[in-house]
Design a protein around this ligand. Structure first.
Ligand SMILES: Cc1ncc(C[n+]2csc(CCOP(=O)(O)OP(=O)(O)O)c2C)c(N)n1
Ligand SMILES: [Mg+2]
Length: 581
């Protein structure tokens, strides 16, 4: 028998089986940072690669030079495709390095499947150097954690992990802050052993009904009005719920109701966002969105949504204007921190004045469409009879002169191409971008969902892999960028179309704001200031980027920034501009 023929008849090892099952379940990308216990996966990649194995829709492996890049990239990919990517991580320490961005993915409600190696089953008890409790680490962010066992059907284990990440999968209801991150832990010996599996039919990805029925999400109501059961399509109970919500909206005085949108409601796909705009136009309800949204589709022709302010007192003041609140795939807003004397939960309305629509429990686009019909809003057309609820095309002029944070935002809004994906981890520098970009050609806006900084650059990697035809723009605060700057190397390696604008204020500016806000006067001496100052030495972003293969330049005036952005937007690969503020 020839070598090739014998290879063909050899049963696949565990690593090949798991990767093949991932492909069968519809996964297309693996963001990887492997080690010794994952080497069989590394070797198996070619057997499932679209390029080398010629498998239609095979798996593309993308190397990240730190696990936070891999986990953040998986989040960015899922925010754009609404499908999970795989991460491949090395043992407990590798997973731990990826946790901050898995936390952000959990808050974003994005599906991610982590494949994490472990010590060989027979070696674990010896407690080798890299041994740790991987399950405990995974549990902090995962809705599903499973350690593969000897003799187990590995294809089924992978299919179950993928299914757990589906909407309505094992994760608790999305609007209640549930996770769609699944972690599969694979002992080293299982990855090399062969032939335990009879392949099972994997569950498809991305359908609202692919979660196993035994793991239907529990409804975690925050109000009297919650739909009690998962609803593919719109069953009678959901229809009744929608009609009752419509009646409540009609009965509410004009201007006293608000739609608060997040998750699925914030996306143009399925016309969910369009329905929100129509409902607002017909009823006079305000259209608010989460401050930390996973993805909001924005721009001319889409609803003009108001972002809830960051600081709790401001957010509470905004919410206090309303007597009726519809939470559309969004958790009830709470303060990000409990400040001395400050609020905790920001919604103070009685339970009967809060209506929750949760995409984990109901087909949200269908529910919003029905709600719009019930309110006589179905005929509302953006720009025609929408009473200004939708954004008209408008662009700010390109700025000139002194380069400030506001001018930086204006420059990006003036120049961003149609269909851009804007990854916004701009923190204090990006305050004005949301309003100045409202009339831009349609784009997707992604923000920091879980407050764990260092998401921006990794999110661009995933978004650009997901959307090769769209320009990804990263509004990136300098301190946060330093948590995951090695993602720039992956941008260069994969030649991703990403324009990074570093907001180089050489400071942890937000922490200075927080210090002042909390009136901490105990000490504001040199040692204290040193903990929020990044100026000495100043980070040289041009060198850092160039050192990783990303062309870069520095801008100190608006004219320099505009020229650099114009050049960058033309490039097929990545580039970076350090905007010195
Ligand atoms: C993982 C993690 N570590 C630390 C923090 C605390 N933190 C919040 S903002 C911040 C500094 C942000 O500075 P930068 O990114 O430069 O933005 P700027 O405030 O200057 O706009 C830090 C350290 C955090 N939120 N997440
Ligand atoms: Mg800064």
């Amino acid at each position: 028998m020839s070598r090739a023929a014998s290879a063909a008849t050899k049963p696949p090892n565990g690593a090949e089986t798991l990767l093949r099952a991932a492909v069968d379940a519809g996964l297309e990308v693996c963001f990887a940072n492997p080690g010794t216990s994952e080497m069989h996966f590394v070797s198996a990649i070619d057997s499932v690669s679209a390029n080398t194995a010629g498998i239609k829709g095979g798996l593309r492996a993308v190397l990240g030079l730190h696990e936070t890049v891999c986990s953040g990239a998986a989040d960015g990919y899922a925010r754009m495709t609404r499908r999970p990517a795989l991460t491949l991580l090395h043992l407990g320490p590798g997973l731990a390095n990826g946790l901050a961005n898995l936390h952000n993915a959990r808050r974003a409600g994005t599906p991610v499947v982590n494949l994490v190696g472990d010590m060989a089953t027979w070696h674990k008890a010896a407690d080798p150097l890299l041994n740790s409790d991987i399950g405990a680490l995974a549990a902090a962010v995962s809705c599903h954690t499973h350690t593969c066992q000897p003799g187990e059907n590995l294809s089924a284990a992978m299919a179950a992990a993928v299914a757990a990440t589906a909407i309505g999968g094992e994760g608790a209801s999305q609007a209640a802050g549930g996770s769609r991150v699944a972690t599969l832990i694979v002992p080293h010996d299982l990855s090399w052993e062969r032939g335990n599996d009879t392949a099972t039919e994997a569950n498809p990805v991305g359908s609202g009904t692919s979660g196993p029925a035994a793991h239907a999400p529990a409804a975690l109501p925050h109000s009297q009005h919650s739909i009690a059961a998962p609803a593919p399509g719109l069953p009678a109970g959901a229809q009744r719920f929608v009609r009752e919500a419509a009646a409540a909206l009609k009965a509410c005085p004009r201007g006293k109701a608000a739609l608060y949108i997040g998750g699925r409601a914030a996306l143009a796909e399925g016309e969910a966002l369009l329905s929100c705009g129509r409902i607002a136009a017909a009823t006079g309800a305000a259209l608010l969105c989460e401050n930390a949204f996973a993805r909001l589709d924005r721009g001319a022709g889409l609803p003009d949504v108001q972002r809830l302010p960051y600081f709790p007192q401001d957010a509470a003041a905004e919410l206090a204007k309303y007597e009726l609140l519809l939470l559309l795939d969004a958790r009830p807003p709470v303060a990000n921190f409990g400040y001395e004397g400050g609020p905790s939960r920001l919604v103070t309305l009685p339970e009967e004045a809060v209506w929750e629509f949760d995409s984990g429990l109901v087909d949200l686009p269908a529910a919003l469409r029905l709600l719009a019909e019930e309110l006589g809003a179905a005929g509302i057309t953006p720009g025609v009879n929408c009473r200004g609820t939708f954004c008209s095309p408008s662009r700010p002029p390109v700025p000139t002169g002194r380069l400030t944070a506001a001018a930086l935002c204006q420059a990006v809004a003036a120049l961003q191409p149609a269909g851009a994906v804007v990854v916004d981890e701009s923190l204090t520098s990006g305050g004005s971008y949301f309003s100045v970009s409202r009339g831009c050609p349609q784009f997707s806006h992604l923000t920091l969902t879980g407050g764990a900084i260092g998401a921006g650059i990794p999110l661009t990697v995933g978004a650009a892999v997901a959307c090769p035809d769209r320009t990804v723009i990263n509004l990136q605060a300098d301190g946060s960028a330093m948590y995951s700057l090695q993602g720039l190397w992956t941008q260069a390696r994969e030649q991703l179309r990403v324009v990074t604008v570093i907001c180089a204020n050489r400071s942890y500016a937000i922490l200075k704001v927080e210090q002042a806000k909390q009136r901490i006067t105990l000490s504001n001496g040199k040692a204290s200031r040193a903990l929020t100052d990044l100026g000495s030495p100043a980070l040289d972003w041009v060198s850092l980027a160039q050192g990783m293969g990303v062309p870069a330049s520095r801008a100190t005036t608006c004219e320099e920034l505009v020229a650099a952005l114009r050049t960058a937007m033309q490039r097929q690969g990545p580039s970076l501009v350090e905007a010195v503020l």
